[in-house]
Design a protein around this ligand. Sequence first.
Ligand code: HEM
Length: 147
Amino acid sequence: GKDKELIRGSWESLGKNKVPHGVIMFSRLFELDPALFSLFRYNTDCGSPQDCLSSPEFLDHVTKVMLVIDAAVSHLDDLHSLEDFLLNLGRKHQAVGVTTQSFAVVGESLLYMLQCSLGQAYTAPLRQAWLNMYSIVVAAMSRGWAK
Ligand code: HEM
């Protein structure tokens, strides 16, 4: 329906430049919750989140996140096919010390990136469409924390 068109249309250009858009998203995330930065162990040598936003390992993670979003966008018609993958991804994040509460801040950072990148095209229905997809992804990942 309309939600899928809005998501696909907006991702078409963003998805071609994953790293710069992912960097906007994670810069925002560390602004909103600087403590999350310390979960990236390989960044312990860096003075500040801003220094590390350019480290290769960190940019690899940014790319990984954007590829998951890309997978979700390309599977909008059958998001449940990603459930096992997302459950395992949740488990991996539980193991590195992420809590499910952090996904709210990640969502806020995703919306911030969309707003920065889309300008006028960032509308209330578009925001809601992305939130709907994001909450499905988060719900699936959160199963990785279940006992
Ligand atoms: C792996 C942290 C959010 C996708 C990792 C790793 C860390 C980490 C420390 C392991 C090291 C690495 O591969 O770089 C975080 C933190 C997050 C976050 C602190 C925010 C609270 C996300 C989100 C996604 C994601 C939202 C995608 C929707 C991935 C992927 C991997 C990964 C695909 C690789 C998993 C594998 O090795 O199979 N994350 N992450 N991360 N993360 Fe995240």
